[in-house]
Ligand binder design. Structure first.
Ligand code: SF4
Length: 239
């Protein structure tokens, strides 16, 4: 691990590695769903450097910011590996856009969830097929819903285990790790975008706002998940 990591962080990073190795040992086929956020830079670094048996994929919804594509290229260059991208089903996407319009996700919660379903949830379900556990970079600090998460949980929604090795990392620690290891990261983070998703559904946050306030900002806080972490029970989000 990098010389510039302080001892506490070094130990936490070793702990993440151990959790990932335990996931491989206990569950066999493990895949990491790489969101390309700040936490993802830490997990990508640990997996591609130390636990390459874990497969990694990212979902290209077709509506990502240019900065996210630039980041993908930086990752590919640094680690000399191709990032496995998963795309929405072309026919389902065509039907969605025909039915709700190119920016129809702004029109209602149901329309937004339908868009997330086609562009994120269905590709995610396809990408995890054949795996027995998936890794996520969620942290307890990120939202009230995520505060209840456990390091290893049965994900009944998707039928496999969900492993969250960064749960007790603070945002400061994530950034300490990124800086110490000189990792690439999304340049939007430097412009008050702590949480980055699709470009039309993400905005910068104002001082004092929660870090997820810029995601689907026009909705009530309870509905602001895309369906991949369906701890918040909303009928349409479960599909
Ligand atoms: S975040 Fe917005 S554009 Fe992206 S899939 Fe969800 S609704 Fe569609």
């Amino acid at each position: 691990m990098g010389d510039l990591l302080n001892l506490d962080l070094e130990q936490k990073a070793v702990g993440v590695r151990e959790q990932l190795l335990a996931a491989l040992r206990d569950h066999g086929r493990v895949v990491y769903s790489n969101s390309l956020g700040a936490e993802a830079m830490v997990l990508t670094d640990i997996i591609w450097t130390h636990v390459p048996e874990i497969d990694i994929f990212s979902i290209d919804t077709g509506r990502l910011p240019q900065e996210t594509y630039d980041l993908m290229e930086k990752l590919e260059r640094r680690y000399k590996r191709s990032l496995h991208l998963v795309f929405p089903d072309a026919q389902a996407l065509q039907q969605l856009v025909s039915a709700q319009g190119i920016n129809g996700f702004y029109h209602s919660l149901d329309a937004r969830l339908a868009c997330c379903r086609v562009r994120k949830v269905e590709p995610f379900k396809r990408a995890i097929q054949g795996y027995t556990a998936w890794v996520t970079g969620v942290r307890r600090e990120q939202s009230a819903a995520r505060a209840q998460a456990q390091p290893v949980e049965w994900d009944a929604e998707h039928g496999l285990y969900k492993v969250s090795p960064l749960l007790d990392w603070s945002e400061t620690e994530i950034w300490q790790y990124i800086r110490a290891r000189k990792l690439p990261y999304n340049s939007l983070h430097d412009r008050q975008f702590p949480s980055i998703g699709c470009f039309p559904c993400t905005r910068a946050i104002q001082p004092g706002e929660s870090r997820r306030a810029g995601r689907w900002w026009w909705e009530q806080p309870e509905s602001r998940e895309c369906g991949l972490h369906p701890r918040v029970r909303h009928a349409a989000a479960q599909a």
